[in-house]
Design a binder for this molecule. Structure first.
Ligand code: DQA
Length: 143
């Protein structure tokens, strides 16, 4: 089972970026954690990160026929994008949304997710563990 892990804007700056909110784990360390969790679950993962909405849409489109599921942290585009959920719905792959921080208990604008309705489940506020939960969900769902 192949999973595409997509991370949106500013997540490449994890570790540096607002550590009180996002923690000290760097983006590179996060990918290593996800790779290890995936290996434990017998999943293969590829990673894509971009700060550009259209590039994220392109990545979702190109996942069609190549991946069995998408694990996505759309970052700020969660709260603004119509194109990303449209792309997720267009390809129809099982998708899981993840947020490192507890978006329900921050600024009110973070409570609204345009992408969540295009995903089967959302994990938030668990830090990197949310990605693990997402992988476990996709693995379990397949059986
Ligand atoms: C985030 C939460 C978003 O509100 C924010 O814009 C991000 C990161 C998270 O992982 O907690 O960039 O998706």
């Amino acid at each position: 089972m192949n999973i595409l892990v997509i991370n949106g804007p500013n997540l490449n700056l994890l570790g540096l970026r607002e550590p009180a909110i996002y923690g000290r784990t760097t983006y590179t360390e996060l990918l290593a954690m996800i790779r290890a969790w995936a290996a434990d679950l017998d999943l293969t993962v590829d990673f894509f990160q971009s700060n550009h909405e259209g590039a994220l849409v392109d990545a979702i489109q190109s996942a069609y026929g190549r991946y069995d599921g998408i694990l996505i942290n759309p970052a700020a585009y969660t709260h603004t994008s119509i194109a990303i959920p449209d792309a997720l719905k267009a390809v129809g792959l099982p998708a899981v949304e993840v947020h490192l921080s507890d978006v329900m208990h921050r600024e009110p604008f973070r409570r609204l997710s345009y992408t969540a309705p295009a995903c089967e489940i959302t994990y938030y506020g668990l830090g990197p563990e949310g990605y693990k939960k997402g992988l476990e969900y996709l693995k379990k769902r397949q059986r």
